[in-house]
Design a protein around this ligand. Structure first.
Ligand code: THU
Length: 144
């Protein structure tokens, strides 16, 4: 395991859990938190932000990526932790939705990393590289 990730793994999961508390999810009631770990040890979090026009809702991972981009991050993405549950009660591990996989791939692709995705459940953490969740992805390198 990457050294930074080994050091920050517990903090990353705790950050995702903390972020979930800021979810705005009055329509689905499903609260999600996400945390991004970068190669300098920084952690950037996000939570889902729903919309009265339901389809415009933003997922936690997408919010986190937007915050990271706005903070000037362009790559260096080592890992992502995501968790969620009805009214914030985490049960089964959840993995990023298709759109979020593509959004994460953009940030990862800028630094040519393949971040480890930690899908956190109440009793397990399911881990897999983003490239397994989104094989043969279209990314920034395709337009270079
Ligand atoms: N959601 C996320 O925040 N991330 C995902 O990867 C899956 C789904 C949110 C969107 C919506 O606010 C709620 O979970 C129910 O779909």
């Amino acid at each position: 395991m990457n050294e930074v990730l080994a050091q920050k793994r517990v903090a990353l999961i705790a950050a995702a859990r903390g972020a979930m508390d800021t979810a705005y999810a009055p329509y689905s009631g499903f609260h999600v938190g996400a945390a991004l770990l970068f190669d300098d040890g920084a952690i950037i979090t996000g939570a889902n932000f729903e919309n009265a026009s339901y389809g415009l809702s933003l997922c936690a991972e997408t919010v986190a990526c937007s915050i990271a981009a706005h903070a000037g991050r362009r790559g260096g993405l080592l890992a992502v932790a995501v968790l969620g549950g009805k009214d914030g009660a985490v049960d089964a591990a959840i993995s990023p939705c298709g759109r979020c996989r593509q959004v994460l791939n953009e940030l990862a692709g800028l630094g040519r990393t393949d971040p480890l995705v930690l899908c956190v459940g109440a009793n397990e953490v399911v881990e897999m590289p983003l490239s397994v969740l989104l094989p043969n992805a279209f990314g920034p390198a395709n337009l270079a």
